[in-house]
Design a protein around this ligand. Structure first.
Ligand code: GYE
Length: 329
């Protein structure tokens, strides 16, 4: 219709606008996507809703897609890798323009990533990485340095315990088994505390990044180990669940047992400000805006950095008190 109106009067203008459409399509495979006529279609496979971090991450992705004018097909895998694989296959069938996902675990995605590549659909990893030989199976990985988060947690503890005498018994609540954040946080923490031989991890088990998991595993830890000095939890939610187990065992969290966690979501920051936690290494869930920028670029066929790292900080109890009033998630 529009073209007919323009035909007689503004042929030059029309030619220009068509040329612009063609340009923005080069390298993409999604027809008119990004041309201004049709929105880019993004298929996003989320891990689930296991934690406060995840909820904030989902909100960030949905809001940013709407703001960027990107049509989002969102799938919640409810904590199951097989659901993520099915969702990605569905996105391929639907011929979305770009696929992004937060892989539950590091292994087992190679085949479906190959299928996306063969279909010419670019993939962006967000939050968690995969462990594939072939690095051309995805365009970029946007997320945190989990090893660093573990290391910063361990370094804080080394300093905190520098004048302590005797063994410092640490229990560790790991995240989801096989996930990048669980593997990497464990590694970074172990590296940092290796500097002081009196710091000993006496028990380490997965609480699956959930409050219920944290509570349950901490109950076992306190039953089996009469002397626990420190809890290192791979996320706030497991630390919050563990608080109940610690209190039920007649111990004072933050004092009898020092607690270090990762994420810095609001509930975690509140526990830190209240003196129940002692230290949090931040992990930002607000990946939406950067993801949408990446989506636009890969859709145009532009090259993007293979790795984009999220900027993060750490919090002590005093810093949590100061940050809490303006904390958004
Ligand atoms: O730390 C945890 C969530 O992958 C970084 O997953 C994310 C982690 C986050 O369940 O709370």
């Amino acid at each position: 219709m529009l073209r007919k109106v323009w035909a007689g009067t503004a042929v030059g203008l029309l030619a220009l606008s068509l040329a612009a459409c063609n340009n923005s399509d080069t390298g993409g495979d999604g027809g008119d996507a990004g041309s201004g006529n049709e929105p880019i279609v993004l298929g996003f496979s989320q891990v689930g809703a296991e934690s406060g971090w995840r909820t904030a991450n989902t909100t960030s992705i949905k809001e940013s897609a709407a703001e960027a004018g990107i049509e989002l097909k969102f799938d919640d895998a409810q904590g199951k890798q097989e659901n993520q694989i099915t969702a990605i296959r569905n996105f391929i069938q639907q011929k979305v323009d770009v696929i992004a996902f937060s892989p539950k675990v590091e292994t087992g995605f190679e085949t479906v990533l190959k299928e996306a590549k063969d279909a010419g659909i670019p993939v962006i990893l967000t939050d968690r990485a995969v462990d594939t030989q072939d690095k051309t199976l995805y365009k970029s990985f946007l997320g945190s340095d989990f090893v660093k988060e573990g290391r910063l947690s361990g370094e804080w503890l080394v300093n905190e315990m520098k004048s302590a005498t005797g063994d410092v018994n640490i229990v560790e609540l790991q995240g989801t088994t096989g996930s990048a954040p669980a593997n990497d946080r464990k590694k970074g923490f172990a590296e940092a505390i290796a500097k002081d031989p009196k710091l000993k991890v006496i028990a380490s088990q997965s609480g699956d990044f959930t409050r219920a998991g944290g509570k349950q595993v901490m109950e076992q830890f306190v039953k089996a180990n009469p002397k626990i000095d420190v809890l290192f939890a791979h996320n706030d939610d497991m630390g919050l669940g563990a608080l109940e187990a610690i209190t039920a065992a007649g111990k004072v969290p933050g004092k009898d047992i020092k607690i270090i966690t990762i994420d810095a979501v609001k509930d975690g920051m509140q526990a830190l400000a209240d003196g129940k936690f002692n230290f949090i290494a931040e992990c930002s869930p607000l990946l939406g805006p950067q993801l949408m920028e990446l989506v636009k670029k890969v859709n145009k066929g532009e090259s993007v950095p293979a790795r984009i790292e999220t900027q993060e900080t750490t919090f002590t109890q005093e810093q949590a008190k100061a940050a809490l009033p303006t904390r958004k998630y």
